[in-house]
Design a protein around this ligand. Structure first.
Ligand SMILES: [Cu+2]
Length: 148
């Protein structure tokens, strides 16, 4: 009786932790609601241990972490063009993500994992105008969420 109670309890704990970690789908698109060459959604707030699944809905895109917009020690990644790619983000902070071929067109995204411990460094980084504009939109969403 005691054993079966413990097994049941353990099973409940395990299933709870499986439910807690979420998977977010992000489309990589030639044309989206927010313009041409976009990640949708461009900004996402996640918990530590959540997974992002990048889906190449249009051809010619990938997802790569941006140098300088990722906390030191956090896992960098670069997916293959046209391939679906999943990554579990274990370190807290902001992750800047770009599409390698369309970075110059401003195809960028921001993931906030837990709290944005590297916000100041992210906000201070220098980029060319288009990338900067894309990142600024993401950062503004982060800021408005933070202070409202
Ligand atoms: Cu792209």
């Amino acid at each position: 009786m005691w054993i079966s109670f413990m097994i049941l309890r353990l099973a409940t704990l395990l299933s709870n932790s499986a439910v807690m970690a979420k998977t977010f789908e992000v489309q990589m698109l030639n044309k989206g609601k927010t313009g041409k060459m976009v990640f949708e959604p461009a900004y996402l707030s996640m918990a530590v241990g959540d997974t992002v699944n990048f889906i190449p809905s249009s051809k010619g895109h990938n997802a790569e972490t941006i140098k300088g917009i990722i906390l030191k020690g956090a896992k960098k990644f670069k997916s293959k063009i046209n391939k679906e790619f999943s990554v579990t983000l274990e370190a807290e902070g902001l992750y800047g993500i770009k599409c390698t071929p369309h970075y110059a067109m401003g195809m960028v995204a921001l993931r906030q994992v837990g709290s944005a411990v590297n916000f100041d460094e992210t906000n201070a980084i220098k980029h060319r105008a288009r990338q900067r504009a894309g990142l600024q939109i993401c950062l503004n969403r982060f800021v408005s969420r933070k202070f409202t």
